[in-house]
Ligand binder design. Structure first.
Ligand code: TPP
Ligand code: MG
Length: 335
């Protein structure tokens, strides 16, 4: 298991948020986990058209960051975007409906997993183009600056996007013009079937530091750590101090996409098991809350029952929802 060196992890400031917030973090992460498990089942049961890239294992990044944002702040997302969407406040009904190609979905069923956007929650959209989110988030940050508001924009992207030139062009502009944008690199160790160390020369954070951008490398499995660091960067960007770059070290527990079942040719079962058993973000937070006597076991069970009921109802809603009218096949599409 490749973990960042201890000295590079950002210290957690306990007490930075009130105790109820830990439960909310847990709830939000669990919502993503159960949503994604259901997506996997829909795929395996041949009920969902197309593929999806599951976020299971990485929940602490989306939740830790989005909990530091206001509703009117922006995010841009990736092909692995369900977690970002939900953490920013998306409706599970509309998300399942979109995944199943139904008219009640976020894009009237015409976008699918990789094209979900939600203007109401400031989500400027998932993006199938690796690195594409950097241009959109930086543009949004420039618009914030020109409109003179105090919003911020967060750009989620994977380690694979470190190979895209657009990221460097936009980080250069963001630093020069002190744009309120936070670049959140979700380093889940792999771009598709290749370990990032085989594609990425040098230190990841050194790349952003070269533009004079404030950088941090965080344990992306520790939602408290992600949140504390994100909050600092968000507050700083909001006050006009310019961009930040956060490398969140994490791991996807499933395959690159739902069809990537046999992963033995690019990573070992032992590695996966170690992350799942020792580095599960939900378990880490639950264990920490228990150790600090911040909950009793029933409250976690209660949360799980509530979310499970919400997810089941949303799946049932989406399965029974109507498909778009075939006459509208060329409407609401841009490419
Ligand atoms: C510009 C571009 N090149 C290639 C692809 C094909 N592709 C889809 S996902 C992916 C790997 C992305 O890896 P990473 O950015 O680390 O994200 P992760 O899947 O690990 O979340 C690639 C190469 C693409 N979608 N866009
Ligand atoms: Mg990756």
């Amino acid at each position: 298991m490749v973990l960042p060196k201890k000295s590079k992890l950002t210290a957690v400031k306990t007490g930075a948020v009130r105790d109820e917030r830990w439960l909310r973090f847990y709830r939000q992460m669990l919502k993503i986990r159960l949503f994604e498990e259901e997506v996997n089942q829909l795929y395996l049961g041949a009920k969902m058209p197309g593929l999806a890239h599951l976020y299971i294992g990485e929940e602490a990044v989306a939740v830790g960051v989005c909990e530091a944002l206001r509703r009117d702040d922006y995010i841009t997302s990736t092909h692995r975007g369900h977690g970002h969407c939900l953490a920013k406040g998306a409706s599970v009904d509309k998300m399942f409906a979109e995944l199943l190609g139904k008219e009640a979905g976020y894009c009237r069923g015409k976008g699918g997993s990789m094209h979900i956007a939600d203007q109401d929650t400031g989500n400027l959209g998932a993006n199938a183009i690796v690195g594409g989110s950097a241009g959109i988030a930086t543009g949004a940050a420039m618009s914030i600056k020109m409109r003179n508001t105090d919003q911020v924009a967060v750009c989620f992207f994977g380690d694979g996007a470190l190979g895209q030139g657009l990221l460097y062009e936009t980080m250069n502009m963001a630093s020069l013009w002190k744009l309120p944008v936070i670049y959140v690199c979700e380093n889940n160790q792999y771009n598709e079937y290749t370990h990032y160390s085989e594609t990425t020369a040098g230190e990841v954070t050194a790349r952003a530091a070269a533009f004079g951008i404030h950088v941090e490398s965080i344990d992306g499995q520790d939602v408290r750590s992600v949140h504390a660091t994100a909050l600092k960067s968000v507050n700083s960007a909001r006050s006009g101090a310019g961009p930040a770059f956060l490398q969140c070290n994490t791991y996807r527990f499933h395959g690159h996409h739902v069809g990537d079942i046999d992963r033995s040719y690019y990573r070992s079962k032992k590695e996966e098991e170690e992350w799942k058993t020792q580095r599960d973000p939900l378990k880490l937070l639950a264990d920490w809350m228990k150790k600090n006597k911040l909950l009793d076991l029933t409250s976690l069970d209660k949360i799980e029952n509530e979310i499970s009921t919400e997810i089941k109802a949303a799946v049932s809603f989406a399965l029974n929802a109507a498909y778009p009218n075939p006459d509208e096949v060329d409407q609401h599409v841009y490419a």
